[in-house]
Structure formats: structure tokens, C-alpha cells
Design a protein around this ligand. Structure first.
Ligand SMILES: Nc1ncnc2c1ncn2[C@@H]1O[C@H](COP(=O)(O)OP(=O)(O)OP(=O)(O)O)[C@@H](O)[C@H]1O
Length: 305
């Protein structure tokens, strides 16, 4: 059983604090590391894979420090976000080079097995420059798996993949999770994480915002008060009906937009009640748009929760 333990860890670059006093454990199975762009996900993953030293705190693998520890590197595979591949090599040569760097006893056999796992054997003799984004991703995956690590860390692995490639990678990660490996992948897309990881860790602006069961955190996200911009055939009548209803906690008339700005108590209640109330009043709804639906606002709600 392999566990990564992150204890009161920070990392700064000059005066930018990328990771701010984060503590979390990454256990066997699949964990989703979720957060908006710039939240510090890559920095965390780089510290977990031994590419970056923490500025403060400690990142350990089964109680051994990861930074500058070749023993730990042997047990970790990293699929980085950026390409970092040599276009003039074939996919097979790229994976073989990694097998040799790890000093494996039979690098050729290890490279072959890793390419087989990601279903890239047929294209192994083609140059990386001729590969699609998804194929590149799979070859990166093969080189991360070539030494059969017990920990696999993937930074935004689904970026740029088409739905079929995405499903294929999800299957592969599920298998690895079921085999008892410790698999962590980062994403800024909620639905991606939902499909794959029961357990998630959320980071926002360098801080640890939430941890645990995806469904519980998802509920926290959808239960928060929401703001909507609404235009209708009779804003005045609709406003009167809404303010008398417990699904709504505030209403303003926005003269510049010529619309209502409504604060709802929670998503489900409001979206059920609004059409019913409008029908009762004989009001037609023209526009109902959430005005703070961005992922940033969902995350900042979680941080302040
Ligand atoms: N080498 C660096 N030098 C200076 N600042 C950095 C460096 N690496 C990261 N940062 C800063 O640290 C913060 C966190 O970046 P990080 O790449 O870890 O976030 P992220 O969650 O992975 O975001 P993204 O999904 O956009 O890659 C950002 O403000 C970023 O600009």
C-alpha cells in the first residue's frame, strides 16, 4: 500500500505563493485533484513526483521524503501536462529511453509491455511528430508506466483528447486503481472528475479547499445560493411572486440590463419553483441565465464555506 503524505507544505516562486500550507494524504485508488487554472495543482504534482522541492513542509512516500530520493522515484510515474517529447524519436524509442534511464534489467521488454498497455504497439515505429494529441498522451503514459510504478501522477491528462480517447484513458486509470495503485490526476473540469474519482481533493488559490467524497462536495457546490439574471414579459409581477416564495432570498431590478437580478436559496428549489410561479402569474420567461456560474465562483464559495 503506497500513500503520499503532504504535510503543511508550501511552495513559492519569488513572491508568488503557488501552494500555501497544504496537508493531504493520497491513498491507493483514484483521487481527483480539482481546482481552477492557476490553483497550484501542477506545483503540487511536481512536488509529489520529486521534480520540485517544497519551500516549507514535507512531501513523503510511505514516510520517506520524495525530494532527491531515487528510491522514491523508482516507485512513481509522472505524466506531465506539457509535451516535453522529442519529435524526431519514434514512440517506441521514447519509451525505451525512459526504460533505460530507469536502469531496468530488460528495457526492451519493459518498453514493449508498456506500449501494449496503452495500445500503442502498432504505432510504436512512427515518429512522435506524426502522432495525434491523444497518441502523444498515450506514449507519455507508457513512459510513465515503463518501470511499473505503484504511484501514477497525471497532470490534466484529458486536455485535448477526443471523447473516445478520453474513455480509453479512463478505462486504463480505473484498471490501475483497481489493481491497488495510487493514481492521482488533476483537472479543472468537474464532470471529468465525477466520472472517474470517488475521492477528490480541491485546491483553490494555493489552498486546500475541500477533501472527500465527490458527491458530498458536489452537493456543497450545487446547494450554494445562486444569482440569476432574468428577463420576462412582466418583471414586476414575477418579482412580486418570487420574493414571496422561500426559494428566493433577494431581488433587484437592474435598470442598465433591464432585467431582474435574483438571488436564489439553492439551485434545485429555485429551478423547480421559477417556471411554476411564472405560469401561475401568466408571465413568459425570456432569459434565465446564471450570473455567477463560473468554476471560479463555485470554488470560492467552497473556500468560504
Ligand atoms: N516556475 C514558476 N515560476 C513562477 N511562478 C510559478 C511557477 N510555477 C507556477 N507558478 C505560479 O504558481 C501558481 C500556481 O501554478 P500551477 O501551475 O501550479 O497551477 P495549476 O493549478 O496547475 O494551474 P493550470 O491548470 O493553469 O496549470 C500560478 O500563479 C503560477 O503562475
Amino acid at each position: 500500500m503506497t500513500t503520499i503524505h503532504i504535510a503543511k507544505t508550501s511552495r513559492w516562486f519569488g513572491n508568488v505563493v503557488a501552494v500555501n500550507d497544504i496537508s493531504m494524504d493520497i491513498s491507493p485508488g483514484i483521487t481527483g485533484l480539482l481546482g481552477p487554472n492557476g490553483a497550484g495543482k501542477s506545483t503540487l504534482i511536481h512536488m509529489m513526483s520529486g521534480f520540485l522541492a517544497p519551500s516549507a513542509g514535507a512531501v513523503t512516500l510511505d514516510d520517506q521524503p520524495i525530494w532527491r530520493n531515487p528510491e522514491a522515484y523508482r516507485r512513481i510515474g509522472l505524466v506531465p501536462e506539457r509535451e516535453g517529447m522529442y519529435d524526431y524519436l519514434t514512440g517506441g524509442e521514447f519509451v525505451l529511453a525512459n526504460a533505460e534511464l530507469h536502469g531496468l534489467p530488460d528495457p526492451g521488454a519493459a518498453a514493449h509491455a508498456a506500449l501494449e498497455t496503452v495500445e500503442m504497439t502498432a504505432a510504436a515505429d512512427r515518429r512522435v511528430s506524426t502522432y495525434s494529441k491523444g497518441m502523444r498522451q498515450r506514449v507519455k503514459m507508457a513512459s510513465a508506466l515503463v518501470h511499473q510504478p505503484s504511484v501514477l501522477l497525471l497532470d490534466e491528462p484529458f486536455n485535448g483528447m477526443d471523447p473516445r480517447q478520453r474513455m480509453h484513458l479512463m478505462e486504463l486509470l480505473r484498471t490501475m486503481g483497481e489493481e491497488g495503485r495510487t493514481v492521482l490526476f488533476s483537472s479543472h473540469i468537474l464532470e471529468e472528475v465525477e466520472q472517474l474519482a470517488a475521492h477528490i481533493e480541491v485546491v483553490v488559490a494555493g489552498r486546500h479547499a475541500a477533501s472527500g467524497d465527490f458527491r458530498r462536495i458536489r452537493r456543497l457546490m450545487t446547494d450554494r445560493p445562486l444569482r440569476y439574471l432574468i428577463r420576462s414579459s412582466d418583471d414586476r409581477a414575477l418579482a412580486a411572486a418570487l420574493i414571496a416564495d422561500p426559494s428566493t432570498s433577494g431581488i433587484e431590478f437592474d435598470t442598465a440590463e433591464n432585467a431582474l437580478r435574483v438571488q436564489a436559496v439553492d439551485f434545485l428549489r429555485f429551478t423547480t419553483r421559477l417556471p411554476l410561479l411564472a405560469r401561475e402569474q401568466g408571465v413568459r420567461l425570456f432569459t434565465v441565465s446564471p450570473s455567477d456560474e463560473s468554476l471560479e465562483s463555485v470554488f470560492s464559495y467552497l473556500v468560504s464555506a
